[in-house]
Write a protein that binds this ligand. Structure first.
Ligand code: PLP
Length: 389
């Protein structure tokens, strides 16, 4: 059989392979601690689960509009207004099956041979995978430790060419836990005025996971680029809903019908009870979000202190999301073999930095979406492993 060549270029997310191996080792009796996968370790808040059950009992078993139930699109717009005073028309919102689907749609919409797409490196691996799938040229935007793992506007703008069609941004960021400061975003948006052909996809899926009183800067609040901005967001991280497959995006008028048609062709609509759960999440009490954020914050400080005590390891304090990205260069080890040995020999799952891009060498990603006790046990094991050389 001959498949199209695009499929030979499609990549994946190693976090899922690590999860599978971690589960295999656990099934064989090993005490595995998973600091590899990026999902909250909390259950979905009960009132959200109840809303899905009620939806099923109330007979919400059928298709919905491809773009999502109107009340949910309205709730998304209201939530963005409440949190950021951003003006969003519900008619520009589409509910999609998970945050990933927005990047899939946006990259498919802009990528083809001859086109440059800029994406963060280290960054979420699916950006590059999908860019390569389309045949477009992936252009990494360096994410550097000495910039606090945020982007440099100047460097990003310098990478834009007449062939650049899409710029992917992500703050707070996976895998480094960095946050791009407002001043840098201001400069970037100002510079984009010189490149009107460049669309922007801003992945803000961690927008509620910021610490130390930092405020999220949404690209929605830059009117000068709203006509070329795609906002990616969703329920997975904020409401501990990774398995519900609930995401949303905001598209400019000129692109909305294209994404709507893609939805009709590919997924028809998002699982109906999940949409009612998503509605309860946005319109119900937000205490669970605050509680989860507080727990992540405590663990963030623990993980940061413990990592800096490990031989050959240094780590800047992550500002957002639930990842630490320690620099392991002084251990004298390469990141991927280290991550794999840590799993096989100590039962601690982490992800090697190169799984997030070329610039990830010298780092591993630690997800602190795990209990404080597990984090302490895991880091003690890593410490013993490194000390034994
Ligand atoms: N964007 C980023 C930066 C992520 O880290 C993730 C998940 O890890 C996603 C998008 C995808 O989220 P979802 O599980 O809702 O597809």
């Amino acid at each position: 059989m001959q498949t199209v060549s695009n499929f030979d270029r499609i990549g994946e997310e190693n976090a899922f392979a690590v999860l599978a191996r971690a589960n295999q080792l656990a099934a064989s009796g090993m005490d595995v601690i998973n600091l590899g996968i990026g999902q909250p370790d909390f259950p979905t808040p009960p009132h959200i689960v109840e809303a899905a059950i009620t939806a099923l009992r109330d007979g919400h078993h059928g298709y919905t509009a491809a773009t999502g139930i109107p009340e949910l699109r309205e709730a998304v717009a209201a939530d963005l207004h409440k949190r950021f005073t951003a003006e969003v028309n519900p008619d520009n919102v589409i509910v999609v099956p998970g945050g990933k689907v927005t990047m899939f749609a946006a990259i498919l919409m802009f990528g083809e041979p001859g086109v440059d797409i800029l994406y963060p490196d280290p960054g979420f691996p699916i950006y590059r995978s999908m860019i390569e799938y389309t045949g477009a040229n992936p252009v990494p935007v360096p994410i550097r430790e000495d910039m606090g793992f945020g982007i440099s506007a100047e460097e990003t703008l310098s990478l834009i060419t007449p062939n650049t069609r899409l710029l992917i941004l992500n703050s707070p960021a996976n895998p480094c836990g960095g946050v791009t400061p407002r001043a840098e975003i201001d400069r970037l948006v100002a510079g984009l005025a010189n490149h009107p052909q460049v669309a922007v996809m801003s992945d803000e899926i961690y927008d509620q996971l910021l610490y130390d009183g930092e405020e999220h800067v949404t690209l929605l609040n830059y009117p000068e680029i709203r006509d070329r901005l795609i906002l990616l967001n969703g329920w997975s991280k904020t409401y501990a809903m990774t398995g519900w497959r609930m995401g949303y995006s905001v598209w400019p008028d000129s692109l909305y019908d294209k994404v709507r048609k893609l939805a009709v062709n590919a997924w028809s609509c998002v699982n109906t009870p999940s949409q009612y759960a998503g509605l309860a999440a946005l319109t119900g009490p937000q205490d669970a979000v605050a509680d989860m954020r507080a727990a992540f914050d405590t663990r963030r400080k623990v993980v940061h202190a413990l990592l800096n005590d490990l031989p050959g390891v240094s780590c800047i304090l992550p500002k957002g999301a639930f990842y630490a990205f320690p620099n392991i260069t002084d251990t004298g080890r390469e990141a991927k073999p280290l991550a794999s040995e840590l799993l096989e020999k100590t039962g601690v799952a982490t992800i090697g930095g190169p799984d997030f891009g070329i610039l990830g060498e010298g780092y591993i990603r630690i997800s602190y979406a795990n209990s404080e006790d597990n984090i302490r046990r895991a880091l003690a094991r890593i410490g013993d492993f490194l000390a034994d050389g």
